[in-house]
Design a protein around this ligand. Structure first.
Ligand code: AHR
Length: 331
């Protein structure tokens, strides 16, 4: 587990803590296994709405949550997959509210449009914890804590690597963006752009591949058809970078040589491609958020103070470092 930094501590609002404590005691009678609501005794019932199953990162993140929020660890987990649709997540959150879950946690597909359902959870006295991705709201009392990486920094680190290695060479770059409107797509784009600003690296095209391998391949095929001078690909995640590799090879070019590739995530498949020389650099995004979520959920239910923002630390890897890290890589 990566070490984390507590950036700022929240005013763990006394009234919210009191409501949470009530919810923890009165959330259910412990016999409602059928609807997943209200754990009894010391068991915390928690409804988790996941983004989907779009990437290797997401699979590792789901595993971390399901492996940690177990009955042995004091949880009764209700898990749902939103298939990358906000309406599915809103529906799932509403059903967790109706079930009287002790805690609701979710990784928001997109940043905006959450206030109404979060207000419903607050009115029901159910605390909400965000994992992985942030929401864009002016009322941060609508959630207890946000646990996840600094996506702007990830984009900046990827951009710094490009600037340090290719500034002065008039390189042309294309960008494979993550899901439109999602925090990682918005923030990684922003961080990367800031890092290459003032260099002679030119961003010639940028489109969404929706964080999937198929999306990355399809968009890269389009880029290769429209431009015959692509030097570098910045993919917002490994899966899209892996899709781009397929498109580059199908076009008779050598990924990692003719076209340099930098990605974010550092999941096993991405790290293998990096060690094989098909990707040139990867900035990690740590998916192992289950333990932090369990710890914060327990504190919230106990009425304890929790940090509003928990930033998970990420590493970065070149080709040699990937080869060294692979044998012990957990995800
Ligand atoms: O929110 C984290 C991002 O979502 C990961 O980088 C990506 O692989 C996933 O789909």
């Amino acid at each position: 587990m990566k070490r984390k930094t507590f950036l700022r501590s929240t005013a763990a609002v006394a009234s919210v803590a009191a409501v949470v404590a009530l919810s923890a005691c009165g959330g259910g009678d412990g016999t409602d296994a059928g609807d997943g609501g209200g754990g009894g005794g010391d068991t915390i019932s928690i409804g988790f709405s996941q983004v989907g199953a779009e990437s290797g990162w997401r699979a590792a993140n789901t595993k971390s949550i399901q492996d940690t929020l177990t009955e042995e660890n004091g949880f009764k987990l209700s898990f749902s997959d939103a298939q990358q649709k906000q309406e599915n997540q809103i529906q799932a959150i509403r059903s967790y509210i109706a079930q009287g879950q002790d805690v609701i946690a979710f990784s928001p597909v997109v940043e905006t449009g959450w206030d109404a359902v979060l207000q419903e959870a607050q009115a029901a006295g159910i605390p909400v914890i965000l994992t992985d991705r942030a929401v864009d709201t002016e009322d941060d009392s609508l959630y207890e804590s946000f646990i996840g990486s600094d996506f702007v920094l990830e984009g900046e680190r990827a951009g710094n690597w490009v600037a340090e290695n290719f500034d002065g060479e008039s390189m042309k770059l294309v960008e494979l963006q993550g899901t439109t409107g999602s925090a990682p797509a918005i923030d990684r784009k922003e961080g990367f752009a800031a890092a290459i600003d003032g260099t002679d690296i030119e961003l010639i095209d940028s489109q969404t591949g929706d964080f999937t391998r198929a999306g990355g391949k399809q968009v890269m095929e389009g880029f290769l058809n429209s431009h015959n001078d692509i030097d570098i690909v910045f993919a917002h995640n490994d899966d899209m970078g892996l899709g781009a590799i397929e498109a580059i090879e199908a076009a008779g070019l050598t990924p990692g040589e003719d076209v340099k590739i930098v990605t974010i995530d550092a999941v096993k498949d991405g790290m293998q491609a990096l060690a094989d020389g098909k990707i040139n650099y990867i900035v990690e995004c740590n998916p192992m958020l289950g333990e932090d979520l369990a710890e914060i959920a327990k504190k919230v239910v106990a009425g304890e103070e929790v940090e509003k923002r928990i930033v998970v630390e990420d590493a970065e890897f070149d080709q040699q470092q990937a080869a060294e890290a692979l044998p012990d890589r957990l995800y």
